[in-house]
Ligand binder design. Structure first.
Ligand SMILES: CC(C)(COP(=O)(O)OP(=O)(O)OC[C@H]1O[C@@H](n2cnc3c(N)ncnc32)[C@H](O)[C@@H]1OP(=O)(O)O)[C@@H](O)C(=O)NCCC(=O)NCCS
Length: 169
């Protein structure tokens, strides 16, 4: 059972439909997260735009979490890795910093993995930085059953490795 400290599960709304309002909402959420660069924040919003423009052919799928008032609390963006046998990338997972540590990220991830399974997916890959400000993110993946499969030293910048985690779903 996922912990939901101070969060009423009945007040949470999960959805997969992608509406135009999500562009600005995702940009605002990624900005509020505090650990993404302006370029990364722009990419987060562009993936929503791409999905709106091209539909499923974009390869980007989403799980959104809103509160009862319709305010975005978190989301994931994932997609099939072209040319693979059911291997998926988790491109983004973000939870509103005021609501982090309450189990919402675990629940979003669980629902994303379920959606991937339903699409015939076998493995989920996620990449993150080795920097200290991503320590809790790496811990989050490990606690969620992901294993560090590879570490590419100096990938993002000198002293900043790419950490590739994977989980069979
Ligand atoms: C990573 C992230 C999605 C996790 O969501 P979350 O709702 O805070 O996570 P949960 O509450 O479900 O799980 C918390 C667990 O993950 C870890 N964790 C990761 N980030 C955390 C945070 N900011 N606050 C508290 N715990 C965090 C903790 O180890 C915690 O385990 P614990 O409860 O045993 O201490 C969220 O912290 C976040 O949006 N971070 C900024 C954006 C980011 O780095 N995204 C990933 C790269 S795309």
């Amino acid at each position: 059972m996922t912990k939901q400290r101070n969060i009423d599960p009945a007040a949470l709304r999960y959805s997969t439909e992608v509406e135009p309002r999500r562009i600005d909402e995702v940009r605002a959420l990624a900005t509020a997260a505090g650990n993404f660069s302006p370029a990364e924040i722009a990419i987060a919003a562009e993936l929503v735009e791409e999905r709106l423009a091209r539909g499923l052919a974009s390869g980007y799928e989403f799980v959104f979490l809103d509160d009862a008032a319709g305010t975005l609390l978190g989301y994931t963006c994932y997609g099939l890795i072209d040319g693979t046998d059911g291997r998926y990338d988790l491109y983004w997972i973000v939870v509103d910093p005021r609501r982090q540590g309450l189990g919402l990220g675990v629940e979003l991830l669980r629902r994303t993995e379920q959606a991937i399974r339903e699409r015939g997916g076998h493995k989920v890959y996620v990449e993150t930085s080795s920097r200290d400000d991503y320590l809790r993110t790496r811990r989050f993946y490990e606690l969620s059953g992901y294993l560090l499969e590879a570490r590419l030293e100096g990938f993002y910048a000198d002293g900043d490795a790419k950490c590739i985690f994977v989980r069979a779903v």
